[in-house]
Design a protein around this ligand. Sequence first.
Ligand code: GTP
Ligand code: MG
Length: 192
Amino acid sequence: MYTLLSGLYKYMFQRDEYCVLILGLDNAGKTTFLEQTKTRFNKNYKGMSLSKITTTVGLNRRGASDPGELAPISVFSFQYYAESHGVIYVIDSTDEERLSESKRAFEKMITSEALEGVPILVLANKQDVETCLSIPDIKTAFSDCINKIGKRDCLTQACSALTGKGVNEGIEWMVKCVVRNIHRPPRKKDIT
Ligand SMILES: Nc1nc2c(ncn2[C@@H]2O[C@H](COP(=O)(O)OP(=O)(O)OP(=O)(O)O)[C@@H](O)[C@H]2O)c(=O)[nH]1
Ligand SMILES: [Mg+2]
């Protein structure tokens, strides 16, 4: 009886909550992607003008002496890794010079035990720029990471956080993956 009532309570008054990290080197387009996503998926969201977004300061910033570290939350990554249900990894497709740095950071992230089995969406961002690297170029540069991805879901998606191209596809894929991942059940949040 208690189980039934508790199940009914959860059904009526609680909802599932998933935590997805957005990682990548500085200037990759993480904040722009987040704002674009919020604007698209939240009808009431009145975001800032995307073209006015500048470098995130504070905790989200990478230390200058820290090459290869991920820009956001690098100091507390492990704490966040353990609590996350998915990772969106943003690559600047216009920055060939830093592609290997981005690959090293990606490799470091996916080999973290705290992220085992977590779905990873790799966003090849800034695809609106004519001279950008193509998806095959980026896949080739990241090719030695493939055997470290393991059994988790992983998708490389072409995207422009600025124009919104590829954003819906990426988010919809991520939602499908986190919901079906039985190894990381959602948090239950009371509906207020
Ligand atoms: N052309 C183009 N520019 C983009 C795109 N996404 C982001 N940018 C630009 O790239 C710059 C960095 O974008 P941000 O969203 O601030 O990048 P970030 O990863 O949050 O950077 P940090 O906060 O420094 O870690 C800004 O000038 C954006 O306008 C894109 O899809 N296309
Ligand atoms: Mg930012």
